[in-house]
Design a protein around this ligand. Structure first.
Ligand code: KIV
Ligand code: NA
Length: 265
């Protein structure tokens, strides 16, 4: 078996095939998704909220992303692994972006990187692609800009829709192999998907994008509290785990674990 490549992803769009993407932050979880046939796994900086206990993605460092991405690469055989460039690791300009992306490629072994921003990030994307590093772009809601934009639907209204279209074309022209559209109206995401020749990956962007991505802890019911409206919850792992952990605790307190079958003599 060989790994899926960005070329395979481009061919899927030509064939009109849709594909799923999930986040992962550790080897064990990633191995489950790999074995289940998820073609693209994103080591997202959503690790900040979902794995490392921060309030936002903003504090996540490049070294943290490198460690998590390396684990995901080690846990998988077939999936294309995309590593997120965290806040502060590419905003200074193309040279900083190349240095950061190179770290993710060399030290973690990812097959591609992702960064946020449309027109504002096109020079970074271009240099990475020229250097041979495939780039997934990310426009619409960009959580690293939470302090400036909040967590609001993007691309509502004619002016904002035109800006989103310009951003989408800018990242395609810069050489991105795919683009995430986060929290944009379904009609606009459909239009972007028709206009671009690279695949669009939607999250909260309706049914017409070429691919769909969800944060794994959201879709498997591990995230505490409410999840966004665009999430479909496919399992309730928090309930499953809580029940199992309580049963273990009760067994220990009540003296019913371990039994003879769990003991050596
Ligand atoms: O970090 C992340 O999980 C992401 C996806 C939501 C696209 O960027
Ligand atoms: Na991210």
């Amino acid at each position: 078996t060989r790994r899926i490549t960005v070329r395979d992803i481009g061919l899927a769009k030509e064939r009109g095939e849709k594909w799923p993407m999930l986040t992962a932050y550790d080897a064990m979880t990633a191995s489950v998704f790999d074995e289940a046939g998820i073609p693209v796994i994103l080591v997202g900086d959503s690790a900040g909220n979902c794995h490392l206990g921060y309030e936002t993605t903003v504090p996540v460092t490049l070294d943290q992303m490198t460690m998590l991405a390396a684990a995901v690469v080690r846990g998988t055989r077939r999936s294309l692994i995309v590593g997120d460039l965290p806040f502060g690791s590419y905003q200074e300009g193309p040279v900083q972006a190349l240095r950061s992306a190179t770290q993710l490629v060399k030290e973690a072994g990812v097959g591609a990187v992702k960064l946020e921003g449309g027109e504002r990030s096109h020079e970074q994307i271009r240099l990475l692609v020229e250097a041979g590093i495939p780039v997934m772009a990310h426009i619409g809601l960009t959580p690293q800009s939470v302090h400036a934009m909040g967590y609001r639907v993007q691309g509502r209204g004619e002016e904002a829709a035109q800006q989103l279209l310009r951003d989408a074309k800018a990242v395609q022209d810069a050489g991105a192999f795919a683009v995430v559209l986060e929290l944009v109206p379904a009609e606009l995401a459909a239009e972007v998907t028709r206009v671009l020749h690279i695949p669009t990956v939607g999250i909260g962007a309706g049914p017409e994008t070429d691919a769909q991505v969800l944060v794994w802890t959201d879709m498997l019911g591990l995230t505490p509290g409410r999840v966004p409206k665009f999430v479909k919850q496919y399992a309730d792992l928090r309930e499953v785990m809580t029940g199992a952990v309580r049963a273990f605790a009760d067994d220990v307190v009540g003296g019913t674990f371990p039994q003879d079958e769990h003991s050596v003599h």
